[in-house]
Design a protein around this ligand. Structure first.
Ligand SMILES: [Zn+2]
Length: 317
């Protein structure tokens, strides 16, 4: 397996491949130092390409997940072969450009004060950039040298013309960049999917200039909404090889050498129509709600909500 696959081996492979045991992806502790979080729940008949699409009906399938008693990360203690992951990436869909725009704007807004402390604004790397909307936000804030990495050709072709040339198709390969090249590296909603999140964060540390900042957004398994839903939470998903909490994601960045690791929950601002799509409603009721908000003109109304995500801002000394 190449280092690229080890680091970016990204999406968890479908269960059709052989399952390989995993130790804690943050601190390396073995399964004996963990507690069961959810038992394995995989129905091969329902495992199809849809499982890897980002817009989908939740299927509540997952590998056996355990919680590391040392660092608090919840992780799949078995997973498929990383080699199949590129394929899964290509099959995956991406957020519609409007939703991606709303997400990027929410992230940029939350980052405002952290970005104000970044004086050298040359070099931004956005891993899993989708349609490049976060890069556009950074361009508006005076950042230059923008690079986005995105495996989905569909996402890239949907990108605006001004940003499309900055997006490289493929998986993140640290070897294709010079060390200490970037002032800012972002990676949103991706760390859950990679086989080796520590390798990814370590590689980013090497690519950052001294004083550079890495920012990630992850699901928080300890957030109240995720705790209430338990194994019915959309974060318990076969695509997710690990789920972070404030403590575990902070440990991940500290171990890589980052300092001033700041971890906070934040609010996502989306159109009401999109929030309704995320509600766990049966089909008929969902359609009725959808019609109602469209008829009343509320569908495009933007609402900010804390959905149980964490934003981590970490600085390289
Ligand atoms: Zn651990």
């Amino acid at each position: 397996m190449s280092s690229v696959e080890q680091i970016t081996g990204a999406l968890n492979a479908p269960a059709r491949s052989k399952l390989v045991p995993r130790t804690c992806p943050v601190c390396g502790a073995g399964k004996q130092e963990s507690k069961l979080f959810t038992p394995r729940n995989i129905d091969p008949a329902r495992l199809n390409a849809l499982s890897f699409a980002s817009r989908k009906v939740p299927e509540f399938m997952s590998h056996e997940l355990v919680r590391c008693l040392r660092c608090d990360v919840v992780y799949a203690c078995e997973s498929g072969d990383a080699a199949e992951t590129g394929e899964a990436y290509h099959e995956a869909q991406f957020d519609s450009s409007e939703e991606a725009r709303d997400a990027a704007a929410s992230y940029a807004l939350t980052l405002e004060s952290a970005l104000a402390t970044v004086t050298d604004k040359d070099g931004v790397l956005d891993i899993g950039t989708g349609t490049g909307t976060f890069l556009q936000q950074m361009a508006q804030r005076g950042f230059t040298g923008l690079v986005g990495i995105e495996p989905s050709p569909a996402a890239i072709s949907a990108a605006d013309e001004d940003i499309r040339p900055s997006i490289r198709m493929g998986l993140f390969d640290p070897a294709s960049f010079a060390s200490e090249q970037f002032a800012l590296i972002s990676c949103f909603m991706t760390l859950e999917h990679v086989h080796d999140p520590a390798a990814l964060v370590n590689a980013c540390y090497g690519l950052l200039k001294p004083g550079g900042v890495m920012v990630v957004v992850v699901h928080d398994w300890r957030a109240w909404n995720n705790r209430i839903l338990g194994r019915r939470s959309p974060i318990v998903d076969i695509e997710h090889l690990q789920l972070f909490s404030s403590r575990s994601v902070t440990t991940l960045f500290n171990k890589a050498g980052f300092v001033q690791v700041d971890c906070q929950s934040f609010r996502n601002r989306y159109r009401l129509e999109y929030w309704c799509k995320l509600l766990p409603l049966p089909g008929g009721l969902r359609t009725a709600v959808d019609k109602l908000i469209k008829r009343t003109g509320l569908a495009d109304h933007k609402i900010a909500m804390n959905v149980g995500n964490l934003m981590v801002v970490a600085r390289k000394p």
